[in-house]
Design a protein around this ligand. Structure first.
Ligand SMILES: [Zn+2]
Ligand SMILES: [Zn+2]
Length: 469
C-alpha cells in the first residue's frame, strides 16, 4: 500500500515536473520569438526565426543559448538607458584628438563600477580593459573617443556644450556601445574561453590614435580584432561589410619645388619653380587617367598651390599639396611612388630641385582597410544572428578611410558599417556634418554584435571558425 502510494506520488511528481519543464520551454521559445521580432520590427528575419524554431529543448546548444542571452542583456531597458546616458554625457562634452581626458575618465569610472580591470593611460588618453580568463586566445574590440572641430547645429537637449566642438562622427555612440558590450560580457565572464580586450582609442580623426595604441602594445597576443562605425547610408537594423579591400588608404603629400628667383622680365637669369609646379600638377593627373586600371579606383588630387609674392618676381620656390587614395596596399604604395617620381621628374625637366614629403604630422598616411576573409565571415554570421540574413548587406568599396586599418595591418580582423538612418528622427546626415544625428536605437544591436563576436570567437578559436554555430 505504502509502496503503491509512493509510486503514484512519484508519477504525479514526474508529470508535474514535465508540465513545468514544458511550460518553461514554451515560455522560452515565446520570449525568443518575441525578442527577435522586437529587434527586427520590419519582419525580414524569418531565417533566424526558423533557426530558433528548429531547436528543441534538448538540442539548443550552449552557444546559441549564450547568443540569445547576450541579445537579451543588450536589450535590457536598464542597459539601453545606461548606454544612452553615457553617450549623451560624452556628446555634451566633446573633446578633440588626444584631449579626451574627461571622456576617458567617464569610461574608466564605468569600468571601475563594473569591476573591470584596465590599463591607462595608453597613447595619452586611451583605455584598454580586459575581461575573461587572462590567457589566450585574445580577441579585441575597438571603439574611438574623439570629437571634431565643428559647431553643432542640431538643437536638442544634449547638444554640445563646447562651442566649435562636436561629436559629428558617432564616436560617442561607439564608446557607449563598447561599454554596453563590456557590461554584457562581464555578466557572462565565467563562460569566456579566453580574454576580451576592450580598446577605447583617442584621435581616430587624426589618423594617429590607432597607430599610437599599437605602439604601446595593445595588440600584443591579440589573435583577432573587430570594429564598427555608425553610418547613415543603411537604415537602422541593417549592417554591411565586405571581405578584403573595404575602405581606401589615404595619404597626403607636400612638395617644395625649388628654383632660382629673379626679375620676371629677365626669365633667362632665373629658374622658374611656378612653371615646374604647374606641369607637375598636370602630370600628376595623368597617373590615374593613363597608367591605372580604370577598374582599380584611385584618386590623386592637388588641393593647394602656393608660390610667389609679386606679379613681376619669379619666386625661389613653389609648394604643392594634395591627397591620394587607393584600395589595395599594392596600388596605394605604387601610387605613392609614382607621385614622387612625377614631381621629381617635372622639377628636373625645368631645372629645379624638389623635396617630396609624405609624412605630414597633421595628415598621417592611413593604409587601406582590408578585412580578413575568415574574420569577415565570422562577423557576417554573428550579424545574421543579431539582425537577420535579410539585413546583412555586402558593402561596396568606400573611398573614405579609417585608422582601424592600422590594427588590420597587424592582426586579422574585420570592420563593419552599422546602419542608423532613420528619417523620423533625422539621422540622415553625412559624418562630419554639423547636423549629424545618431539613432540611439542601434545601441543594443551594436553592443550585441560586439559581444557575440568576442564571445563566439573565443569559443570557436580553437576550432575552425567555419564551425561557428
Ligand atoms: Zn570622422
Ligand atoms: Zn568616425
Amino acid at each position: 500500500m505504502s509502496n503503491a502510494l509512493t509510486v503514484a506520488a512519484k508519477g504525479k511528481l514526474a508529470m508535474d515536473k514535465w508540465v513545468v519543464r514544458s511550460s518553461i520551454f514554451l515560455l522560452f521559445i515565446a520570449m525568443s520569438l518575441a525578442f527577435r521580432f522586437s529587434l527586427n520590427p520590419n519582419g525580414k528575419h524569418f531565417d533566424s526565426l526558423l533557426t530558433c524554431q528548429n531547436n528543441n529543448n534538448n538540442n539548443i546548444s550552449s552557444s546559441s543559448y549564450l547568443k540569445e542571452r547576450i541579445v537579451d542583456l543588450a536589450n535590457d531597458p536598464h542597459t539601453v538607458d545606461w548606454m544612452k546616458k553615457i553617450r549623451r554625457q560624452i556628446h555634451e562634452n566633446p573633446e578633440l584628438a588626444f584631449e579626451e581626458f574627461e571622456t576617458s575618465k567617464l569610461i574608466r569610472q564605468q569600468l571601475d563600477q563594473m569591476g573591470i580591470a584596465y590599463r591607462w593611460p595608453v597613447a595619452r588618453t586611451g583605455v584598454v580593459a580586459t575581461l575573461g580568463s587572462g590567457s589566450s586566445p585574445f580577441v579585441a574590440l575597438r571603439a574611438d573617443m574623439d570629437a571634431l572641430p565643428i559647431q553643432e547645429m542640431v538643437e536638442w537637449e544634449h547638444k554640445s556644450k563646447v562651442d566649435g566642438k562636436m561629436h559629428a562622427c558617432g564616436h560617442d555612440a561607439h564608446a557607449a556601445m563598447l561599454l554596453g558590450a563590456a557590461r554584457i560580457l562581464k555578466q557572462l565572464q565565467d563562460t569566456l574561453q579566453g580574454t576580451v580586450v576592450l580598446i577605447f582609442q583617442p584621435a581616430e580623426e587624426q589618423g594617429q590614435g590607432g597607430k599610437d595604441m599599437i605602439a604601446e602594445g595593445v595588440l600584443d597576443n591579440v589573435d583577432a580584432i573587430f570594429g564598427l562605425h555608425t553610418v547613415h547610408r543603411y537604415p537602422t537594423g541593417v549592417v554591411a561589410s565586405r571581405p578584403g579591400e573595404f575602405l581606401a588608404g589615404c595619404g597626403s603629400f607636400k612638395a617644395k619645388i625649388i628654383g632660382k628667383g629673379g626679375h620676371a622680365a629677365i626669365p633667362q637669369d632665373s629658374i622658374d619653380p611656378i612653371l615646374a609646379a604647374s606641369t607637375a600638377v598636370i602630370s600628376l593627373q595623368n597617373i590615374v587617367s593613363r597608367e591605372i586600371d580604370p577598374l582599380d579606383s584611385q584618386v590623386v588630387s592637388v588641393a593647394m598651390i602656393h608660390g610667389g609674392t609679386a606679379f613681376n618676381v619669379i619666386p625661389e620656390s613653389a609648394t604643392i599639396e594634395g591627397t591620394f587614395r587607393a584600395f589595395s596596399k599594392k596600388s596605394f604604395n605604387a601610387l605613392r611612388e609614382r607621385i614622387k617620381e612625377v614631381i621629381e621628374g617635372q622639377a628636373a625637366v625645368h631645372r629645379c630641385t624638389c623635396e617630396v614629403n609624405f609624412t605630414g604630422t597633421e595628415h598621417p598616411i592611413i593604409p587601406p582597410t582590408v578585412n580578413d576573409a575568415r574574420i569577415y565571415e565570422h562577423v557576417r554570421r554573428v550579424s545574421i544572428d543579431i539582425v537577420g540574413e535579410g539585413n546583412v548587406e555586402l558593402a561596396p568599396i568606400f573611398m573614405g578611410s579609417e585608422d582601424f586599418a592600422f590594427y588590420l595591418d597587424k592582426v586579422p580582423g574585420s570592420f563593419l558599417f552599422l546602419g542608423m538612418r532613420n528619417e523620423k528622427i533625422g539621422s540622415i546626415y553625412l559624418p562630419h556634418s554639423p547636423y549629424y544625428t545618431i539613432d540611439e536605437d542601434v545601441f543594443p544591436i551594436g553592443a550585441s554584435i560586439y559581444a557575440v563576436f568576442a564571445h563566439s570567437y573565443l569559443s570557436n578559436s580553437t576550432r575552425n571558425l567555419n564551425s561557428y554555430d
